[in-house]
Design a protein around this ligand. Structure first.
Ligand code: URQ
Ligand code: ZN
Ligand code: ZN
Length: 480
């Protein structure tokens, strides 16, 4: 299968320039002018269009079992919806139940993900701790291409990691050359505030943001960052939603600490007025954690991206339809947490970021693709337009527009948090490893065509235990 993308403008995180791109067997083979390509290869005329690295969404939860139900989007429908919006890779999450062996959970999620239409990878959550967890982390890094481990500091009595687990796991990440990541909310505070607000008789979705004020996130972000600093390990903070969390990251980075921040398209664009909506289902559809914040936080988050203190954009795509959300009809703390976004992230970030002048087109590529590839160690295989890279490419029309709606989106959910918004900047063609998966409004995804992406450790001591023992012996010999 070979394809020539002709006449476009290549836009990478570094620069923009006119050149043709030839892809063969899923890889970018040639970039330049007047390319000598086999006759009969498929040709896409990209005149007036931009040729960019396919989007990488580093935060999704396809078909996640959570809060007594299962997210309605599965790996095939979710990666297909991503392709329709220009996203060609996801990093999803293996979330073991407490006391469930990590390897068992990993095998389960790998089975679920086999149906993916585009490429996928996994962060693995650390929801409990003993030696077997530490051992399995080693196996996952050494043998399965996992280089990031997630810690939910929220969701008490479920998947919440206490400080002791954070300390043990972060230290193990350093040993292994893996990146610890955190959902930074103080789960004990949330639990206390939920009970307090319910006792006051507030049971509707308006109670959700009241139980998770910005202090809850700011404290947890700072605590996780300080633990990482004390252990000398990098850290990646997911879905930074407020100034307090961004300030913790900015302070640490200004002191030279290696901290990365992720922001969701939703948190950049939507404020907490949604929770005051008179329609219960509308307000409940926006229940996710951290919650949407007061208006002032959105501009501060955009400044975080512009200043380089936030590095990636994601969606936390975790879909629950109205009947599922209704589980919390009489108690907001029982509303399954999550919203969608994988299909609209790229257009929303382009429309609010590039069209507004906040971001250049090159910075757009950085925050929607390249930075995630670099942080999670799959660059330049992913997140690049360069010879040898996977041919994950989005051909972008900066002048094209579409109106976002649950009535037309490809996401398997009955609601869209960007409903009715007209965005300028859309994916016209999307290629996943050189195959067209989206073209001029038509999905061409194939169930199971996606491949698992292994992500190498970051220069850690990832060696088989016996080898490390040998090294210790040899050191003792040499020392004598
Ligand atoms: O917390 C998360 O990231 C998962 C459980 C999705 N739900 C959410 O509200 N963000
Ligand atoms: Zn989270
Ligand atoms: Zn999440």
């Amino acid at each position: 299968m070979s394809i020539l993308i002709r006449g476009g403008t290549i836009v990478t995180a570094d620069r923009s320039y006119q050149a043709d791109v030839y892809c063969e067997e899923g890889i970018i083979k040639l970039i330049g002018h007047h390319l000598n390509v086999p006759c009969g290869c498929e040709v896409i005329d990209a005149g007036d269009l931009l040729v960019m690295p396919g989007g990488i969404d580093p935060h999704t939860h396809m078909q996640l079992p959570f809060m007594g139900t299962v997210a309605s989007e599965d790996f095939f429908s979710g990666t297909s919806a991503g392709a329709a919006g220009g996203t060609t890779s996801i990093i999803d999450f293996v979330i073991p139940s407490v006391n469930q062996p990590l390897m068992q959970a990993y095998e389960q999620w790998m089975e679920w993900a086999r149906k993916s239409a585009t490429d996928y990878s996994f962060h693995v959550a650390i929801t409990w701790w003993d030696q077997s967890v530490s051992d399995d982390m080693g196996k996952l890094v050494r043998d399965h291409g996992v280089n990031s481990f997630k810690h939910f500091m929220a969701y008490k009595n479920a998947i919440m990691a206490e400080d002791e687990t954070l300390v043990n796991s972060f230290a193990r990440c350093l040993d292994l050359g893996a990146m610890p990541t955190v959902h930074a909310e103080n789960g004990d505070l949330v639990y206390h505030l939920q009970k307090k607000i319910l006792a006051q008789g507030i049971s509707g979705p308006e109670g959700h943001p009241l139980s998770r004020p910005v202090e809850v996130e700011g404290e947890a972000s700072n605590r996780a960052i300080r633990i990482a600093q004390a252990l000398n390990v990098p850290i990646y903070v997911v879905h930074v939603s407020c100034a307090e969390s961004l300030q913790a990251i900015t302070r640490a980075r200004n002191e030279g600490q290696r901290v990365y921040g992720e922001v969701l398209a939703g948190h950049l664009e939507i404020d907490d007025s949604v929770y005051q909506h008179p329609d219960w289902a509308f307000a409940a559809a926006h229940v996710m954690s951290p919650p949407f914040r007061p208006k002032k936080h959105q501009e501060l988050l955009w400044q975080g991206l512009q200043s380089g203190n936030l590095h990636t954009t994601a969606t936390d795509h975790c879909c629950f339809c109205a009947p599922q959300k209704a589980a919390g009809k009489d108690d907001f703390s029982l509303i399954p947490n999550g919203t969608a976004g994988i299909e609209d992230r790229m257009s929303v970030i382009w429309d609010s970021g590039v069209n507004s002048g906040r971001l250049t087109e090159n910075e757009f590529v950085a925050v929607t693709s390249t930075n995630a590839a670099k942080i999670f160690n799959i660059y330049p295989r992913k997140g690049a337009i360069t010879v040898g890279a996977d041919a994950d490419i989005v051909i972008w029309d900066p002048n094209g527009s579409r109106t976002i709606s649950a009535n037309t989106h490809h996401q398997n959910i009955d609601f869209n948090i960007f409903e009715g918004r007209t965005v300028k900047g859309i994916a016209v063609h999307t290629l996943s490893r050189g195959k067209l998966v989206w073209t001029q409004g038509e999905l061409r995804t194939i169930k199971g065509a996606g491949q698992y992406i292994k992500r190498p450790a970051f220069g850690g001591n990832v060696q088989a235990p016996q080898k490390m023992a040998l090294q210790k012996e040899s050191k003792s010999v040499s020392r004598s």
